[in-house]
Write a protein of this length. Structure first.
Length: 422
């Protein structure tokens, strides 16, 4: 607080002293978080550089990082010292904040309406946002050039110069302009959240954005009363220096999560789906390796998608000739037994196929030189390798089906008396 002086003992225990001690960390925490988010997102942005929305998200994150690096007191002091102009960091930081608010609003408009939207209303909205942001930035620098602000303020410039001509107008302009942009963006987001048919990841991302912009509005709600109080000779500087900074940090982190979550969530979900499919094929893959003796060679840099394709290909390549050893009559009776034990038709079919493949492996092992005399239709078997592989994990269920089949004496039945495989 500009005019307040405190001794060491008072500083150690007063709220102002506590704020002064932890103030710098308020700004570096979101800077680190945003940089980490940008680093995580960067490989996807580079790989899918043709996607304009991904590039826009990367640009917004980069601009947010620049804002929080620039607003740190150490950066403010360094910029002032390098340029030789006290407080020149003020219009620079305010310009970055204005550009950030405008960029977020443009991104939400493009994200919701699609980049292909060339309707008159969309074009008009974009022009208004761009013109308004540029107009505010030009006005900020013009007002700063007219103002007399010789005393450097690293943390409380807004309240210290709240009554100074032209500085007062500059501070009020940036606060009101960004408040308006935040209200509009927040309204668009919450209207979008209520839209039916949204992807789950997108909906969660929008919710994080909505809460983030609510925190940003709280930042302005703390800043404005502190500035206005100075006009009437009151001191509410603690709102500006103590309450507003953590709200800004919280807002930046939530907004970053909101922009990243839809893309990152869909990407991680797809990667998880691929890895899960690869894992589910393992039982059948291991069984097929006992037939072929080879398997898929490990490639360190192979993508999960490539590993899945190679495993599926290996299984089908081995299964295709092995299917000629399958006893279709026994497979049918195994299916009937599984149904009798209460399994659903699809699961009973998978159990019957799994048992038939195990029997075929054993038959081929005992008589490797014997050529089967039939050429079965393997369309369903090759298509359902995932369900068959999952059935192989049901060791107890397979044993129970085999046990019931043996208990029934494995007596052959007429094909018309038994349900056919679906």
């Amino acid at each position: 607080m500009g005019a307040v002086t405190t001794g060491p003992a008072q500083l150690a225990w007063s709220p102002a002293g506590f704020v002064n001690e932890i103030y710098p960390s308020f700004w570096w925490i979101p800077a680190v978080v945003l940089t980490a988010a940008l680093a995580i997102k960067l490989p996807t942005i580079v790989r899918l550089w043709s996607d304009p929305l991904l590039r826009a998200v990367g640009g917004v994150l980069l601009l947010a990082c620049a804002v929080f690096v620039s607003v740190a007191p150490s950066t403010i002091a360094r910029v002032n010292r390098v340029t030789g102009v006290p407080n020149i960091s003020a219009p620079w930081v305010y310009s970055l904040l204005t550009a950030f608010c405008g960029s977020c609003l443009l991104l939400i408009i493009a994200w919701r309406n699609g980049l292909g939207d060339r309707s008159a209303s969309a074009v008009r909205a974009v022009r208004w946002v761009v013109a308004g942001s540029l107009g505010v930035i030009v006005a900020l620098w013009a007002l700063f050039a007219l103002a007399d602000a010789p005393v450097e303020r690293l943390r409380d410039l807004d309240t210290y110069y709240a009554n100074t001509p032209y500085m007062r107008e500059m501070i009020l302009l940036y606060l009101l302009a960004q408040t308006v942009a935040t209200v509009i963006t927040s309204g668009l987001i919450w209207n979008w959240v209520r839209t039916d048919g949204l992807d789950a990841w997108l909906r969660w991302g929008l919710k994080f954005l909505g809460v983030g912009y609510a925190a940003q509005l709280s930042f302005y709600a703390a800043k404005l009363p502190a500035v206005v109080a100075r006009w009437f000779g009151r001191d509410l500087d603690w709102l500006s220096t103590g309450v507003a900074p953590p709200l800004a940090c919280l807002s930046a982190i939530l907004i970053a999560i909101g922009f990243i979550l839809p893309h990152a969530g869909q990407y991680l979900h797809e990667r998880w789906r691929v890895r899960l499919a690869h894992h589910r094929l393992r039982p059948l893959y291991v069984l097929m390796r006992t037939v072929d003796g080879g398997g898929v060679s490990f490639v360190l840099r192979a993508t999960p998608e490539l590993r899945l394709i190679r495993r599926e290909t290996f299984i089908r390549d081995v299964l295709l000739p092995l299917a000629r050893h399958i006893d279709e009559d026994r497979r049918r009776r195994t299916y009937e037994t599984a149904l009798a034990l209460g399994h659903a038709p699809d699961h009973a079919k998978a159990l019957a196929s799994a048992a038939a493949i195990q029997d075929a492996v054993e038959t081929r092992r005992r008589s490797p030189q014997t050529e089967p005399g039939h050429d079965p239709d393997t369309t369903d078997l090759l298509r359902d390798i995932t369900t068959v592989s999952r059935a192989l994990r049901r060791v107890e269920e397979l044993a129970l089906v085999r046990g019931r089949l043996a208990a029934d004496g494995e007596v052959g039945r007429e094909h018309g008396d038994a349900p056919a495989l679906p």
